[in-house]
Design a protein around this ligand. Structure first.
Ligand SMILES: [Zn+2]
Ligand SMILES: [Zn+2]
Length: 111
């Protein structure tokens, strides 16, 4: 399933408002700026994980499901994972590792 990566979003992924210009990027201009500025304690993460988390958000490859749960699309677009700030259903997350999906979820919740 690759819907999240290819869909043109008509509503902002952060605030849910209708987007004036439907875009695969998924955020209105204000929310996009907020999401970009969002910061959390990343000391537990390696630099490449922080980069991956930012890219996941930029690509609108992590979308809200409910409350603090998100759906994240795998790098190759073939799988989706359920991601929360402290848990994730990806292979790394299932082993109890802090994957970058969790970091992306934390960044979005802090935005
Ligand atoms: Zn918005
Ligand atoms: Zn994960």
């Amino acid at each position: 399933m690759n819907a999240a990566a290819t869909t043109t979003h008509t509503n902002c992924l952060r605030c849910g408002r209708a987007l004036r210009n439907p875009t695969p990027a998924g955020y209105g201009p204000k929310c996009r700026a907020k999401v970009r500025r969002s910061s959390v304690d990343t000391s537990d993460y390696k630099p490449h994980q922080i980069t991956s988390a930012r890219e996941l958000i930029e690509d609108a490859a992590i979308i809200p499901l409910r409350n603090t749960v998100f759906i994240a699309v795998s790098t190759d677009g073939t799988e989706t994972y359920k991601t929360a700030p402290t848990a994730c259903s990806c292979p790394a997350g299932l082993k109890g590792s802090r994957c970058y999906h969790q970091l992306a979820a934390r960044l979005l919740l802090a935005a």
